[in-house]
Design a protein around this ligand. Structure first.
Ligand code: ADP
Ligand code: MG
Length: 264
């Protein structure tokens, strides 16, 4: 992350978008689920332009569970937002689930998120006035599924996250771990290809965090997801097959030894 007061014009000129939405094909190999090339993201601030990424590169194969660690402010959440089409890159190409996310209109981005992305945050963002089952059903209702069918599917998902006996509870009547289980069910109810989780266990005690992570691992495997998990929890990061550290605008592979000594 660097500040450069004169970079705004350069970034604007780099921001041209490729016209196609889907990855070029056909190809002789299965393309990675996530493919990021030359990513830059700039914010204008009172101090000048904040350049968050330095031609960041990332490839994640379908089926991988990858942890991302890094200091607060490194840009982890911004990276997930860009992958999930919640924010636009300033430059670079970003293919996610075979979609060029940078080229989506707002309406296409909303449909893409509903179809391909399961998102979980540190805070559950469940709607307080609705039951757990209604909350899980929301993404299905948003895509036009009829209420009876949406509620039935939501009930099945609550069973998957071991909360069928909490289906009538409102979020305020659930523990922190249970709220995140409901949030996971809601994230996956539309059967997306990708799970993007931004410190999903950050608010939980160690035991509960471990259980939620167990559930993420189980759902990742049983639904053949490609998952990116931002975490400050070194123990959980070490359980992922691959761990990347975001620092100085780039991602680098982290070994278990380095992870143990490097993170706050
Ligand atoms: N909309 C914005 N405008 C200006 N700066 C932003 C904006 N969003 C994030 N930032 C800055 O970008 C940096 C990275 O933020 P973030 O991606 O949330 O980091 P992390 O998740 O690694 O803690 C921070 O310094 C933050 O203040
Ligand atoms: Mg963050």
């Amino acid at each position: 992350m660097t500040y450069s007061p004169s970079a705004a014009a350069t970034q604007a000129s780099r921001a041209s978008r490729e016209p196609e939405l889907r990855a070029p094909g056909p190809s002789t190999h299965i393309s990675p689920a996530i493919q990021v090339h030359g990513l830059r993201k700039s914010y204008r601030t009172a101090r000048g332009t904040l350049d968050l990424f330095d031609d960041l590169e990332l490839e994640v194969e379908a089926g991988e569970l990858v942890a991302i660690v890094g200091q607060s402010g490194a840009g982890k959440s911004t990276l997930l937002h860009i992958l999930g089409a919640l924010d636009a890159p300033s430059a670079g190409t970003v293919y996610c689930a075979s979609t060029n996310v940078a080229s989506l209109t707002a309406r296409q981005a909303a449909a893409f998120r509903n179809r391909e992305i399961g998102y979980v945050w540190q805070f559950h963002y469940l709607l307080p006035e609705f039951t757990a089952q209604e909350n899980v059903a929301m993404p299905l209702l948003a895509r036009g599924v009829r209420k009876a069918e949406a509620m039935q599917t939501a009930g099945q998902w609550l069973r998957e996250v071991d909360l069928e006996d909490r289906s009538e509870h409102r979020p305020g009547e659930l523990s922190g771990g249970e709220q995140q289980r409901v949030a996971l069910a809601r994230a996956l109810v539309c059967q997306p290809q990708l799970l993007l989780a931004d410190e999903p266990t950050g608010d939980l005690d160690g035991v509960t965090a471990g259980r939620v992570f167990d559930l993420i691992e189980r759902l990742h495997a049983s639904h053949k997801l490609t998952s990116l998990l931002v975490t400050h929890n070194m123990e959980l990061a070490l359980r992922c097959k691959r761990t990347l550290r975001l620092g100085s605008g780039r991602l680098t592979a982290v070994t278990a030894a380095a992870l143990g000594s490097n993170l706050s």
